[in-house]
Design a protein around this ligand. Structure first.
Ligand SMILES: [Zn+2]
Ligand SMILES: [Zn+2]
Length: 464
C-alpha cells in the first residue's frame, strides 16, 4: 500500500491524501487550497492525478479545505462514490453550492479586471453532481471502499458530521491499518460530541497538526469571555463584529449566546447572523439531533437551539447593508471566517475604524489572510482595495477553536496507540499544519516516545 501526501502537506489547507492499494486508488479528502488568491488559483486547478484513476473518495468532513475541490472531479467526469457521514453530505450540499457561487463570482471579477474570459474553477451544476456522488453512512460501521479495503468513521468532534477514518486491508496475509485523524476537535465544544479516537490500533497515523505548537485555554471559559466581550462592547455603544465560519463556529456562537441570554448574562441587544450560508447550515444542524451531545443542558431542555428572541437571521444583501445605517449596539456574525470574503468585509470596511467597536476572532487565521492581519493588530487593514485604520478593539477567544491544541492532539494519538495493546507504536505523519507548528509538534511527539514522526512535503509518497 502507498500513500501520497498531495495536499495539506506542510500547510493547513488543500487536504488530500492519495491511497494506492492493489491497483486501486482512493482519495482521503479533496479540499481547496486557501490563501493568496494569485497562488491558490493555479494550485486548485491542477489535479494531482487523472480523474479516471480514482476509484473512490473518503471524505472526513464538509469544510471547504477538505471537500472544496470535489466538484472539480465531477466536472471532469468522476462518477464513483464519495463516502462520508450523513451530516457531512447534507452540510456539503450547502457548502459546495456556496463555494460554486464564490468561484463564479471570482471568475466574473477576474474577467472584468483582465478583460478576458476566465472560466470559474467549477459551477453550481458540478457542486450538485458532487453531492449526488456522496454516500452518507453512520459512524462506527464498516463499509467497503474498494475490494479488499474497508473503512469506518469515528466522531472527530470538530464540526457536525466530522469524522476520523480507519482504513483497513489485508496485504500479503497481514492486516494493515491506517488511521486518518481528519480535523480533531476538542472535548466540551458546544452542540457536538467529544472526539472519539479510533480503537483497535494503527500501523500508521496521519495526524492533523494545526495547533501543534499551541495551548488553548479551556473550552469551559469561552462562554464567560464571550459574555464579557458582548457586555463591554454594548456598554461602549459599539458593535461586535465576528468573522466566523458559517458552518460550525456560527452555530456554536448562537448556541452559547442562547444560553447567555437565557441566564441574563448579556444585555438585550440584537444579534444578527448575517450569512445565507450560515442560515442554511443552521437548518442542516437542526436536521441532525441524532449526533448532538445529549449530555448538554440546553440540548435536553430546548426544542429549537438556534431560535431565541435576540437572534435575527438576515438572508438578503439589502438587509445586510441596512445594518450599516442602524444605530445602537449589536452583534454581527458574518462569514468568511478568515475575513477573506463574504459580508464581514463590508462590516469591517464600515466598522474597523470605530474605537467603540470590537472585532472578535474565534477561529484559526491562516497566513496571508485579512483575519491574520487583524489578529496581529496591523495598524491599517486593506478592505475592498481601500485602507481602513484598525481602531476597533481586537479580542481573540481561542477557547472556541474547533481544533485540539498540542496536548489534546497528543491525547488523541496516545489513545490510538494504546489500541495497539503494547504491540508497537504507530508511525506518525503530520499533515494539516504550518511548518512551525509541525516541527514543534514532531519534537514533542518524539520526546513522548514516538520514534517515527515526519511532516511530509507535498507529493512525498510512503510505502506501508
Ligand atoms: Zn475542518
Ligand atoms: Zn481543515
Amino acid at each position: 500500500m502507498e500513500i501520497e501526501f498531495a495536499g495539506a502537506a506542510r500547510e493547513v489547507t488543500g487536504s488530500c491524501h492519495i491511497v494506492r492499494f492493489n491497483g486501486k486508488t482512493v482519495l482521503l479528502d479533496f479540499g481547496m487550497f486557501q490563501g493568496r488568491r494569485s497562488e491558490t488559483r493555479e494550485k486548485n486547478a491542477a489535479l494531482p492525478l487523472e480523474v479516471r484513476e480514482i476509484d473512490a473518495v473518503v471524505l472526513s468532513h464538509a469544510h471547504i479545505d477538505h471537500a472544496g475541490r470535489l466538484p472539480l472531479l465531477t466536472a471532469r467526469g468522476y462518477a464513483n462514490p464519495i463516502y462520508c457521514t450523513a451530516a457531512t453530505r447534507d452540510l456539503s450540499a450547502v457548502m459546495l453550492a456556496d463555494s460554486a457561487h464564490i468561484q463564479e463570482k471570482d471568475a466574473e471579477f477576474l474577467a472584468k479586471r483582465h478583460r478576458e474570459a476566465v472560466p470559474p474553477l467549477y459551477g453550481m451544476r458540478d457542486a450538485t453532481t458532487a453531492v449526488d456522488r456522496m454516500v452518507g453512512l453512520p459512524y462506527d460501521t464498516w463499509f467497503d471502499v474498494v475490494p479488499g479495503l474497508r473503512a469506518s468513521f469515528t466522531d472527530a468532534g470538530h464540526i457536525l458530521g466530522s469524522a476520523s477514518v480507519i482504513l483497513e486491508c489485508m496485504d500479503g496475509g497481514t492486516r494493515k491499518r491506517i488511521v486518518f485523524s481528519g480535523d480533531v476537535g476538542r472535548r466540551g465544544l458546544p452542540i457536538i460530541r467529544d472526539p472519539k479516537p479510533p480503537t483497535g490500533g494503527a500501523d500508521v497515523v496521519l495526524l492533523e497538526s494545526t495547533y501543534g505548537n499551541r495551548d488553548h485555554p479551556p473550552v469551559a471559559g469561552a462562554r464567560d469571555q464571550l459574555a464579557r466581550v458582548v457586555t463591554e462592547t454594548a456598554a461602549r455603544g459599539g458593535r461586535l463584529l465576528v468573522p466566523a465560519f458559517s458552518v460550525g463556529r456560527t452555530q456554536e456562537l448562537v448556541y452559547d449566546l442562547h444560553i447567555l441570554a437565557r441566564e441574563g448574562k448579556i444585555p438585550e441587544i440584537p444579534i444578527y447572523i448575517d450569512s445565507p450560508l450560515a442560515i442554511d447550515a443552521t437548518t442542516v444542524f437542526a436536521m441532525h439531533p441524532e449526533i448532538f451531545d445529549q449530555t448538554e443542558d440546553l440540548i435536553q431542555k430546548v426544542q429549537d437551539l438556534f431560535k431565541f428572541p435576540l437572534v435575527r437571521y438576515t438572508r438578503e444583501a439589502t438587509e445586510s447593508k441596512a445594518l450599516n445605517s442602524q444605530h445602537g449596539p449589536m452583534v454581527i456574525i458574518a462569514a468568511s471566517g478568515m475575513a477573506e470574503a463574504g459580508r464581514i468585509l463590508h462590516h469591517l470596511a464600515h466598522g474597523a475604524s470605530d474605537p467603540r467597536n470590537t472585532i472578535l476572532i474565534v477561529g484559526f487565521q491562516a497566513e496571508h489572510t485579512l483575519g491574520r492581519r487583524i489578529v496581529e493588530r496591523a495598524p491599517v487593514l486593506r478592505v475592498f482595495g481601500e485602507d481602513v485604520p484598525l481602531r476597533a478593539r481586537v479580542e481573540v477567544l481561542a477557547g472556541y477553536s474547533a481544533h485540539g491544541d498540542r496536548h489534546e492532539l497528543q491525547q488523541w494519538l496516545d489513545a490510538v496507540r494504546d489500541g495497539n495493546a503494547g504491540a508497537g507504536v504507530p508511525d506518525v505523519y503530520l499533515v494539516h499544519g504550518e511548518p512551525d507548528a509541525q516541527d514543534a509538534f514532531a519534537e514533542q511527539l518524539r520526546t513522548a516516545g514516538y520514534p517515527s514522526v515526519e511532516a511530509p512535503v507535498p507529493h512525498r509518497t510512503i510505502s506501508i
